[in-house]
Design a protein around this ligand. Structure first.
Ligand code: ARG
Length: 561
């Protein structure tokens, strides 16, 4: 909210603190009702007066405040209209800000962010899109706010599937062939294994034996393991490059092989472990959850065991203030159990663990099922979106230089955006036409608006900030744009607080819409220098804000489209 802190301290009294006022402020639903609204109902208990009387009394403090244009008391509400010119003048400092929407609220506090965390030996499928791009966006948003963020890819690189793949490789392929081929080839062996093992259960015994050899550090078995991992990581890295995703650590499940025992010992010493049918579990009856399984009867550790070891490792290594897990809601129970066990262990970070859940992505033509092999590979989705973007560009702007690069930015951006548009928890149905609609709430729409701002700036040339007629951008349409630019930072903070990148996504779409309305209603490059300067300045700061917003989301902003 604009000038909210200044307003709050102007309005504060002996009985109502500036903080109380700040917390009570609202943005009026209808902008005809002003810029800031203070509902006074909650103060009436303390002050023993009618809300409207309180509003009237408080309001007198605003007489003579230079950034307040006027105010109105309506019922129990105090509606404040800010001085548009005072607001617009602050745009000039926004222009000089290299760190648009950023702040230092994080103050160097460390956040561990576990995201993407793909599974080795499987191609990247669309089920991992959301965790990857939501995680990537949160990573950048927290950094933008001055947090020290540790991006962790908790690779799924452990489990009996590796034994299965070794059996399949030895029967139907070879290590050399695997190393030469891509992740899809590897996957086809896995699929074949599942088909054949249905009629030949002995394969599973072989697979178990091979997996045991990996666990025991056998070099032949581990050569297979390493190759599977290399092939997958090579492919996955290409996707991360396209999505602009980076990590500070790739410590996955296998990394914790030698780090679980001390945790189990700790549970043992705290009397938490129970034996159930030969397995070691922590009973969670009391908390209305099934037991958390930690060691199987055959001695094998589990997913949860590794997560517990990982929590201890992260606390010790990074001393995080928060440890966040961007993982689908299907794992709600897993994280509840793990967090509960950590709490029972009195783990030092127990109050700072957070599961950032999100919904499912399915394709318009029906859902997908991993088991039946009807999986949608992310690479194919990206390629197809880029191909469609290329066709649209070909039609709209056949003379564009660098069509290939722009098509990549638009196609990939559209896919990324689609996973960042809604609140995380919503399931989404992916449609190429919808995400690539240049007139919709989409990446291409925002990118197009950015390119439009750049084109206006190229046409307008340099502008002089010493000769600006602010009134040229302060009619209702212009003022909405100004306010949207200046409140972008609030949305970045809000996105971080709620762990919801969509707050940023929605802000930039809203800004793009407002700017387009202004652009259509006003010529930017006009003869009057002071008017032109004002409009170019606004166009410039809008472009920069959109570009920053897109960058936070991991989306390119092409200069020309
Ligand atoms: N690899 C897991 C999956 O694909 C996600 C891992 C999430 N992170 C974690 N620390 N459990 O389902």
């Amino acid at each position: 909210m604009l000038f909210d802190k200044q307003l709050a301290s102007a309005l504060a009294t002996d009985q109502i603190s500036a903080d109380d006022i700040l917390n009570a402020f609202e943005v009026p639903k209808d902008n005809k009702l002003g810029d800031v609204c203070l509902p006074c109902f909650k103060f009436s208990k303390v002050l023993r007066k009618a809300p409207s009387q309180i509003a009237n009394e408080l309001a007198t403090a605003l007489d003579g405040v230079d950034f307040v244009e006027k105010y109105q008391v309506v019922g129990g509400y105090l509606n404040v209209y800010l001085n548009r010119e005072a607001i617009a003048k602050t745009l000039i400092s926004a222009l000089g800000n290299e760190n648009i929407g950023g702040s230092d609220e994080g103050n160097g506090k460390t956040i561990c962010l576990d995201y993407s965390s793909v599974n080795i030996a499987k191609p990247f499928h669309i089920g991992h899109l959301s965790t990857t791009v939501i995680g990537g966006a949160l990573y950048r948003i927290f950094k933008h706010l001055g947090y020290n963020v540790v991006g962790i890819n908790h690779l799924g690189d452990w489990g009996t599937q590796f034994g299965k793949l070794i059996v399949a490789t030895r029967k139907w392929s070879s290590l050399e062939e695997i190393a030469k081929n891509d992740e899809y080839f590897l996957n086809s062996l896995y699929v074949r294994y599942h088909q054949e093992s249905e009629n030949n259960p002995a394969l599973d015994d072989e697979a178990r034996a091979w997996f045991k050899r990996i666990e025991d550090g056998d070099s032949e078995a581990n050569a297979y393991f390493d190759t599977f991992k290399d092939v997958t990581m090579r492919a996955v890295s290409k996707i991360y490059d396209r999505l602009k995703i980076t990590f500070d650590s790739y410590n996955g499940e296998s990394f914790y092989n030698d780090k679980m025992q001390p945790c189990l010992d700790e549970m043992e010493s705290k009397g938490l472990l129970e034996i159930s049918e030969g397995a070691k579990v922590v009973n969670l009856d009391e908390y209305g959850m099934p037991p958390c399984l930690l060691v199987k009867a055959d001695g094998a550790s589990l997913y949860a065991t590794r997560d517990i070891a990982a929590a201890y490792y992260r606390k010790k290594t990074y001393d995080f203030s928060k440890c966040l897990y961007v993982v689908a809601y299907q794992q709600n129970l897993h994280f509840k159990q793990v967090f509960k066990v950590l709490e029972l262990m009195d783990f030092a970070g127990k109050d700072d663990m957070e599961h950032i859940a999100f919904g499912m992505v399915s394709m318009e033509d029906g859902s997908m099922s991993t088991r039946q092999g009807r999986v949608v590979w992310l690479k194919e989705v990206l390629d197809k979106a880029v191909e469609k973007a290329r066709a649209i560009i070909e039609e709209k702007n056949p003379n564009l230089e660098d069509k290939e690069k722009t098509a990549e930015s638009v196609g990939v951006g559209a896919v990324v955006f689609s996973a960042l548009w809604n609140n995380r928890i919503k399931d989404i149905v992916f449609s190429y036409d919808k995400v690539l609609n240049f007139d919709g709430e989409t990446a291409p729409y925002v990118q197009y608006t950015y390119a439009r701002s750049k084109s206006a700036l190229r046409k307008g040339g340099d502008y002089d900030l010493n000769n600006v007629d602010f009134s040229a951008i302060l009619d209702d349409e212009g003022y909405e744009v100004v306010k949207s630019v200046l409140t972008f930072g609030d949305s970045v903070k809000q996105a971080a607080k709620l762990r919801e990148p969509c707050v940023v996504t929605r802000h930039i779409v809203d800004l793009a819409e407002k700017f387009n309305r202004f652009y259509i209603g006003h010529r930017i490059v006009v003869d009057d220098e002071a008017v032109k300067n004002a409009r170019l300045m606004l166009t410039d700061v809008v472009g920069r804000t959109i570009k920053e917003g897109l960058a936070l989301l991991g989306i390119d902003a092409p200069e020309v489209m």
